[in-house]
Design a protein around this ligand. Structure first.
Ligand SMILES: [Zn+2]
Length: 206
């Protein structure tokens, strides 16, 4: 029996009491796992891909809708049709009054500031109070006090600070400046200095 015992002893796992030299790395790995607790499963990854795809499709149809809106002139008739398509209580003519208000008094454009079916529904949405109020009160609340031109994407054109005294003025209208310049040309800048000097010495400005 003795040899068997000896064999068992040899195959016994050897346990080191010594410190684990990899301990600090193991800790780091554990900490890392703590930070990213959800390693994505294949199923979740697949779902995410699907969501991204759906987002892309939704985005494309939004773009299409917005583009179609740019082709529509914002007449009351057209807006009424849009409200019919985009809202859940299209019969209410007060919705049209509200939508017209934003377009006419803010200059918001179809297909630009107003892009989505939900924009049309939201901008024309009536509060409970608005549904209840009398026609005259509602009309007064949403009356367009001042018509505003549609918002423009063109950068604002700045004119020479000399105004009608600009040397390149045409019919009293100063020439445009480039960039952040104050005057349209070196000549106008010089003239501005001369005019300022004349003004400060009490002479009549040219
Ligand atoms: Zn000028």
């Amino acid at each position: 029996m003795e040899p068997q015992i000896a064999e068992q002893e040899i195959t016994m796992p050897i346990v080191f009491e010594a410190e684990d030299p990899l301990a600090k790395y193991r800790e780091q790995v554990a900490a890392e796992k703590e930070l990213k607790p959800c390693v994505m499963s294949d199923k979740a990854a697949e779902r995410l891909k699907q969501i991204n795809y759906e987002d892309k499709v939704a985005k494309q149809s939004e773009e299409k809708f917005a583009y179609a809106l740019t082709q529509i002139s914002p007449t009351p008739e057209n807006l009424a049709k849009l409200i019919t398509r985009c809202s859940d209580d299209p019969k209410n003519s007060r919705r049209l009054v509200k939508l017209l208000f934003w377009i006419q008094s803010r200059g918001w454009r179809l297909g630009h500031e107003i892009r989505l079916p939900s924009d049309i529904a939201l901008l024309s949405e009536l509060t409970a109070e608005e549904i209840e109020m009398s026609d005259s009160v509602f009309a007064a609340k949403w009356r367009v006090k001042k018509m505003v031109a549609p918002i423009s994407d063109e950068p604002e054109v700045r004119l020479c600070a000399l105004g009608r005294r600009c040397l390149r003025a045409v019919k009293g209208k100063a020439a445009p400046v480039t960039g952040k310049a104050e005057y349209c040309s070196v000549n106008c800048r010089g003239r501005a200095k001369i005019l300022a000097r004349k003004a400060s010495t009490g002479q009549m400005a040219a």
